[in-house]
Design a protein around this ligand. Structure first.
Ligand SMILES: [Fe+2]
Length: 384
C-alpha cells in the first residue's frame, strides 16, 4: 500500500488515501484482441457461408443500430439525464421524443456556453496521485474506513431489501441480469446519493473523476447489485456446442462513453466471490472512433450474443464489422492475446480494498461468483 497525502487546497476535508500498488504488470498489448471468426469453431467453422439475403439483412440491422449508437454519441447520452419514469418518461412516442430532443438541445447549449465562458470546467484536484493512478492503470483500489462502509450499508439497505424481494419472486432459472440490479433514484433514495457523494468528496474521488473525464462530474447512478453462484452468465458460452468455456469469458469493454465507474464492496470478496477484474492499463489500448462504434453497435444489435442464431447473423456481416465490445467469450485460449491478457489480469479482491474506481473503456469483468453471493454497489460518475 502506498499512502498518498492529499493536497487539501481544492477539496474540503480530503483524507489521506491508501492506494494499493497492483501486484501484476500492465497489459503489454496495445489493442483490443482481434479474433479470426472465420477460423473459430463456433463461428466460421460451424456455419455455411451466409447467403446474399442473410448478408443484406445483417447489414441492414447493423446500419440502423449504428445510426442509433451514433445519435447516442452525438447527444452525449451517457452524460444526460436518464429516460426514467422518475423523469416522467412514459415510453418512446413523438411527444416524449420531442421533449427529450429539446431538453438535450437545451443542456448541450448551456454546456457549450459554460465552456466558452469558463464556467464549465473540471473540478480542482484534491489528490493528483489518484488521477495519475487511474490514468496509468485504468483502475484504482481504495480502502474506505469501516464506519464509512457501515454508513453505505445502512443507506442502501432499503434498496437491497427491495432487490431481495424482487429476486425471491423470480425463479432462479428465469432471473435475468437486470433482475439482480436495483437502481437507486435521487427521489426515492436521497440518502444513498448523499452518503456516497460525501465519502467520495472526502477522498477526492469526484474531483479525480472530473479531471480524468475533463468535465464536471458527479454521482449519476447508485446501483445495488446481487450476484450469486446461480447466475452463471459466463458459463456455457456456446450452449449448442461441446466447446469448453474459454478463459476470457465475459471480458469486455463497456458500451458507455465518457464516464468512470466505481464498485463498492459492502462485504469481503475473495477470489471465488466474484471480484471485479481488470486488465491493468488496457484503457490506454488504441480503439479508433469507428472501431469503438462498431463494437458497441454489435452489442446493441444483439449480434454479440452467442446463441446460434446471433452467431449466424454476426457471421453474415462483412469481416471488418465483426468486432464486439463483449469479445472475451470468443477468444480462443491458445491465442497469443490470451497470454498477454492473463499477464495483466488483476482480480480486485478485498485484499486490495473495498472501493474500486475504474474506466470501463479498459477490458474488465466481474460478478462471476463461484461460491455464495456478492453484494456490491456500482456508482456511475458522469456529468450531471
Ligand atoms: Fe462493464
Amino acid at each position: 500500500m502506498t499512502t498518498i497525502d492529499s493536497l487539501t487546497d481544492a477539496a474540503p476535508a480530503a483524507r489521506a488515501v491508501d492506494v494499493s500498488e497492483l501486484p501484476i504488470p500492465p497489459y503489454r498489448g496495445n489493442t483490443v484482441p482481434s479474433i479470426d471468426y472465420e477460423a473459430h469453431p463456433a463461428y466460421g467453422g460451424m456455419f455455411a457461408r451466409a447467403t446474399f439475403r442473410e448478408r443484406l439483412y445483417a447489414l441492414n440491422v447493423f446500419l440502423r443500430t449504428f445510426a442509433f449508437v451514433t445519435i447516442r454519441r452525438i447527444v452525449d447520452y451517457d452524460n444526460m439525464p436518464l429516460l426514467t419514469k422518475e423523469a416522467g418518461f412514459s415510453g418512446l412516442n413523438a411527444r416524449t421524443a420531442l421533449r427529450y430532443v429539446s431538453m438535450y438541445a437545451r443542456i448541450r447549449a448551456s454546456r457549450a456556453i459554460g465552456t466558452l465562458t469558463g464556467a464549465r470546467r473540471p473540478a480542482a484536484l484534491a489528490n493528483p496521485a489518484l488521477l495519475n493512478k487511474i490514468k496509468s492503470d485504468g483502475i484504482v483500489c481504495l480502502t474506505l474506513a469501516p464506519d464509512e462502509i457501515d454508513q453505505i450499508r445502512s443507506v442502501t439497505n432499503p434498496g437491497f431489501a427491495k432487490l431481495d424481494e424482487r429476486r425471491a419472486n423470480i425463479p432462479v432459472e428465469k432471473r435475468k441480469f437486470d433482475d439482480n440490479v436495483y437502481w437507486c433514484t435521487r427521489s426515492a433514495d436521497p440518502e444513498a446519493f448523499a452518503t456516497v457523494e460525501n465519502i467520495f468528496r472526502r477522498y477526492g474521488i469526484m474531483e479525480a473523476a472530473s479531471a480524468y473525464l475533463g468535465r464536471p462530474a458527479g454521482v449519476k447512478h447508485v446501483n445495488a447489485q446481487i450476484n450469486d453462484q446461480d447466475l452463471a452468465f459466463w458459463k456455457r458460452v456456446f450452449p449448442d456446442t461441446q466447446l469448453q468455456d474459454p478463459w476470457g469469458s465475459y471480458l469486455h469493454i463497456d458500451a458507455t462513453y465518457g464516464m468512470l465507474k466505481c464498485a463498492i464492496y459492502i462485504h469481503d470478496i475473495g477470489p471465488d466471490g466474484g471480484p471485479f477484474c481488470y486488465i491493468r492499463g488496457s484503457q490506454n489500448a488504441k480503439i479508433g472512433w469507428f472501431e469503438g462504434m462498431v463494437r458497441r453497435t454489435n452489442d446493441f444489435s444483439g449480434f454479440s450474443g452467442r446463441r446460434p442464431d446471433a452467431r449466424k447473423k454476426f457471421m453474415a456481416l462483412p469481416a471488418f464489422l465483426r468486432k464486439k465490445a463483449d469479445f472475451g467469450g470468443d477468444l480462443p485460449d491458445n491465442s497469443s492475446d490470451v497470454a498477454r491478457l492473463r499477464e495483466g489480469h488483476f482480480a480486485a479482491t478485498s485484499n486490495y480494498g473495498n472501493c474500486v474506481l475504474f474506466d470501463g473503456n479498459g477490458m474488465h469483468r466481474g460478478g462471476m461468483v463461484n461460491k455464495g453471493e456478492r453484494r456490491c454497489l456500482f456508482i456511475l460518475l458522469a456529468e450531471i
